[in-house]
Design a binder for this molecule. Structure first.
Ligand SMILES: CC(C)[C@H](C(=O)O)[C@@H](O)C(=O)O
Ligand code: SF4
Length: 477
């Protein structure tokens, strides 16, 4: 039997997650899951083809085509834009997406248009991402959109088909986890350092089964870009959902964006969005508090995001790790990464630098990197890429002259896309190459077979480019 959900706001103080959940339940199901209404869905060229194939095979149309948004980002080349894509696989992936969005009337951000970019960058930029909505995408970093007080999560291909046809999806309710960020950070410590320090502390599976809400004075003081970085990295702690309560900063970011409501609708939306933050006294299943005043710039040394340390430390010695499983994992990671226990992290030479991705490809990230690069030179032998997260970010950066700062320093200035975050396009590491990267994943082969990835903030990646090795950005001021 399917029962109707309880009316929302029934007395008990609720968290942001609970409010978002309650307001989207279409039906509670006997197995404890619920059918959730999905407000928005983003589609990219890598994960969506099967969903369209299934729709076509069953003769279905999209229930509400205007609630979807298509864009090509993963496979696209970033050296040039316009003209034919040289790589045959990428060309066919983009062509298939374009045929699908045309056939099913999905709004599409064209590859050479002003709104193209990484799914998780253009959603917020266009105002497609809004507080209080449910947002799905066939992509694990959909967590990013939670920075706006949305319930946003990654889904698989068959789930995408369900959303397209029915606008609903069965979901299991998650437990809740509050991550409270307190204290006063060093000016060169950013959200990426905080996310990496958190994952190093709670582990890459530390938030499994939980919907994470970031709270505290540090989070309320953050720009939207940093909130997005935090929520983006939440999946690397094992959670499908990361969120920040919407506030005046959220509204200021969204006001006037193309797809954001206007006029009276805007006022009504803001009035509703103000009811979303967790109620005083709402209880979370778990609470983690991080004092950001204790955080130094972070770098990953291994092949999991929790294998991360402050830059002023040395490569760990597996022999000193008591837990046998963790010890074996550390040994394996060091062998792959070509590192020696006891070696200073800031002595590790790199040959590639990647500044970009849905974690750190926003204008604020590019500004932070440019501030370090300005008037300096990329070290000899280092290839350094700056890949804006969207065409709009690229245009903004050019208007501010950031591209000239980067190119004068010897960085390669690119068009928007996932690029070297993922080896699905023509930007990739050769075996044995070592990259200082602002992306989010460092597992074996992520940036190319045999490639070695060190995760860090944009300022740290720029410092590594200049030094030719992992370097402490605090020495660059
Ligand atoms: C290709 C896509 C499905 C994948 C994801 O789900 O995250 C990619 O974006 C990634 O970052 O690994
Ligand atoms: S930038 Fe990287 S993490 Fe983000 S969507 Fe693209 S491949 Fe995935």
């Amino acid at each position: 039997m399917i029962t109707r959900p309880l009316p929302s706001g029934a007395g008990r103080p609720r968290t942001l997650y609970e409010k978002l959940w309650d307001s989207h339940v279409v039906a509670n199901r006997p197995d404890g899951s619920a059918l959730l209404y999905i407000d928005r869905h983003i589609v990219h060229e890598v994960s969506s083809p099967q969903a369209f194939v299934a729709l076509r095979a069953s003769g279905r149309r999209l229930r509400r085509p205007e609630t979807h948004l298509g864009v090509a980002d993963h496979a696209v080349p970033t050296r040039e834009r316009g003209g034919e894509i040289a790589d045959p696989l990428a060309r066919s992936q983009v062509a298939e997406l374009e045929a699908n969005v045309a056939e099913f009337a999905v709004p599409y951000a064209r590859l050479d248009g002003p709104e193209q970019g990484i799914v998780h960058v253009i959603g917020p930029e266009t105002g497609f991402t809004l507080p209080g909505t449910t947002i799905a995408c066939g992509d694990s970093h959909t967590t990013t959109h939670g920075a706006f007080g949305a319930l946003a999560f990654g889904v698989g291909a068959s789930e995408q088909g369900t959303i397209m046809a029915a606008q609903c999806l069965p979901q299991q309710r998650a437990a809740t986890m509050q991550v409270e960020l307190v204290g006063k950070r060093h000016p060169l410590i950013d959200a990426k350092d905080m996310a990496l320090a958190l994952i190093a502390r709670i582990g890459a599976n530390g938030a499994v089964g939980h919907a994470v809400e970031y709270t505290g004075e540090v989070v309320s003081g953050m720009a939207m870009s940093e909130r997005m970085t935090l929520c983006n990295m939440t999946i690397e702690a094992g959670s499908r959902i990361g969120m920040v309560a919407p506030d005046a900063r959220t509204f200021a970011y969204l006001e006037g964006r193309r797809l954001a409501p206007r006029g009276e609708l805007w006022d009504a939306a803001v009035a509703y969005w103000r009811t979303l933050p967790s109620d005083p006294g709402a209880r979370y299943d778990r609470v983690v508090t991080l004092d950001v005043g204790t955080i130094a710039p972070q770098v990953s040394w291994g092949t999991s995001p929790d294998q991360t340390l402050p830059i002023d430390r040395t490569v760990p010695d597996p022999a000193a790790i008591a837990d046998p499983v963790a010890r074996r994992e550390a040994e394996k990671a060091l062998a792959y990464m070509g590192l020696v226990p006891g070696q200073r992290l800031d002595s590790v030479a790199i040959d590639t630098v990647f500044i970009g991705s849905c974690t750190n490809g926003r204008i604020e990230d590019l500004r932070a990197a440019a501030a370090i690069a300005m008037g300096r030179r990329v070290a000899p032998g280092v290839t350094a890429l700056v890949v804006p997260g969207s065409a709009a970010t690229r245009a903004q950066a050019e208007a501010e002259g950031l591209d000239r700062i980067f190119t004068a320093a010897g960085f390669s200035w690119r068009h928007a896309g996932c690029s070297l975050c993922v080896a699905m396009n023509d930007d990739r590491l050769a075996p044995g190459q070592r990259c200082a990267s602002t992306s989010n994943r460092n597992f074996e082969g992520r940036q190319g077979p045999g490639g070695r990835t060190h995760l860090m903030s944009p300022a740290m990646a720029a410092a590594a480019a200049i030094a030719g090795r992992l370097a402490d950005v605090r020495e660059f001021v």
